[in-house]
Design a protein around this ligand. Structure first.
Ligand SMILES: CC(C)(COP(=O)(O)OP(=O)(O)OC[C@H]1O[C@@H](n2cnc3c(N)ncnc32)[C@H](O)[C@@H]1OP(=O)(O)O)[C@@H](O)C(=O)NCCC(=O)NCCS
Length: 203
């Protein structure tokens, strides 16, 4: 009698192929060379020339609706913001990435990690994301944020990532839950008039 057939076992090459489709591909761990690809996106380090396309995002009152500052019509402000994020990332080894269309390199927005020396009494690393409005509602936000979260936990070995979200920002709340974050507490941030919700992802 032959060996019983193992009907439920997934062949390794099939499993690997499936995983490749689901997982983001990360090409380097160093910020200046980092490239993360997903099905439709390429996430790459910010460059000073990104200030031009990102100006549309920062000038849009709808994009900036739940932010503590802005909108910003001033291109110099955007240039300074991009330069500051590049400097932060070079110092800490991780940071904010440009979210681009894999097919043509066009910028959709940004997504990435921000270090806080103190957030509600303790140091934290948060995830942040903003897309130019015409790219909303196509799943790009969750595609980018889940890739950044996977990179944070698996490559950078960051145990805890948080997001502070205005309780009225339904899109961001849904996105956070979609990428596996859970509500932990309300946090009253300096200068705010009502608390944000703090969501966490713990590896
Ligand atoms: C938050 C943001 C990045 C989401 O980007 P996006 O590409 O539109 O998000 P997705 O298409 O991946 O959608 C994620 C989830 O939110 C839901 N969603 C999207 N827009 C929504 C809206 N206006 N109201 C309610 N739910 C919404 C989607 O249906 C999806 O949930 P589901 O798959 O369970 O149905 C985008 O809305 C944005 O840039 N907003 C302005 C900046 C901002 O608020 N950033 C967050 C600060 S904390």
């Amino acid at each position: 009698m032959g060996r019983p057939r193992r009907t439920h076992r997934v062949r390794p090459q099939v499993a690997r192929r499936a995983l490749k489709l689901l997982s983001p591909r990360i090409y380097s761990n160093c910020y200046t060379r980092l490239m993360i690809t997903t099905e439709r996106l390429l996430l790459r380090p910010l460059e000073t020339s990104d200030a031009g396309p990102l100006a549309e995002l920062f000038a849009d009152p709808d994009v900036m609706r739940y932010s503590d500052d802005g909108p910003h019509q001033d291109n110099e402000w955007v240039g300074d913001w991009v330069s500051a994020r590049i400097k932060d990332a070079r110092e800490s080894g991780f940071g904010v990435l440009a979210v681009t269309d894999r097919a043509n390199g066009g910028i959709l927005g940004y997504c990435g990690l921000v270090t806080h020396a103190e957030l509600d009494g303790q140091p934290e690393i948060s995830i942040g994301y903003r897309l130019i409005k015409r790219y909303w509602g196509h799943g790009f936000g969750s595609e980018a944020a889940s890739a950044v979260m996977a990179h944070a936990h698996s490559a950078l070995r960051i145990k805890r990532v948080v997001a502070t979200i205005d309780p009225h920002n339904d899109a961001s709340l849904r996105l956070a839950k979609k990428i596996g974050m859970v509500y932990e507490k309300d946090v009253m941030l300096p200068g705010y008039t009502y608390p944000d919700h703090l969501y966490t992802s713990v590896d």
